[in-house]
Structure formats: C-alpha cells, structure tokens
Write a protein that binds this ligand. Structure first.
Ligand code: FES
Length: 117
C-alpha cells in the first residue's frame, strides 16, 4: 500500500497556483486546478529544471528553460522539446491537509541517464 506524506494545509496552494515541496529528497510539484490538486515530479523530462518555476495556466505548466508544455492532470508532454511524461503522484486530501504518495517512476535526465538501465 502506498505511503502518504503530508505536504501542508489545502489553503497553501490556491486555485491557479503551483508550489514545490521536497519529499524524501525528491522534488514534488503540487498545483491546484479549480480546487483539484495534482502532484507530479518537479523535474522536466527534457533537461534538469523545475517545472514549478515555469508558467502555470489552466491545467498546463510550461517549462521555464525551453518552453515544453505538460498537462498537469495526466503528466503528458504536450509540446517539444520534451516528449516523455512527468510521473504523477497520487494525491489525497484529509482533514484539511494535502498528502502525496510518491510514484516509484522517476525522471531520468542529465548525466545520470547513461549510468542506469
Ligand atoms: S528543460 Fe524543459 S524543455 Fe528543456
């Protein structure tokens, strides 16, 4: 069963906002789309940068480095230069707080890519 980690109170991320958290040494982006929370690995799948530092509008986040767009509801890459989706994390809201269960899939970019199989 997935282990949930508390991020913070629901009002910490308002509708239309995105924020970065660090959970077990992983960067997690939490965003609020019209009151619905979505969490995903806060690392672009093109090169290492944080998507939470990019523009966030409707349900799309734009990478601050080269402009790739990702659908935060599915994690899908919607435009080049990124082609791979960002791993989504499971989210639940309980007693006014937001919790995430980390996806075991991780983004592999940069120098590490060639070292792993
Ligand atoms: S690092 Fe995100 S599009 Fe290049």
């Amino acid at each position: 069963m997935a282990e949930f980690h508390k991020l913070g109170p629901v009002d910490e991320v308002s509708p239309g906002e995105i924020k970065q958290y660090v959970v077990e040494d992983r960067f997690v982006a939490l965003c609020n789309v019209d009151g619905e929370f979505h969490a995903f690995e806060d690392v672009c799948t093109h090169q290492f940068t944080h998507l939470s530092e990019g523009e966030f509008e409707d349900s799309v986040v734009t990478c601050p480095l080269h402009g790739a767009k990702f659908d935060v509801k599915s994690g899908a890459a919607k435009s080049l230069p990124a082609v791979k989706p960002v791993p989504k994390h499971e989210v639940k809201v309980e007693d006014g707080n937001v919790y995430v269960a980390l996806n075991t899939k991780r983004v592999k970019v940069g120098g590490r890519r060639g070292l792993r199989r």
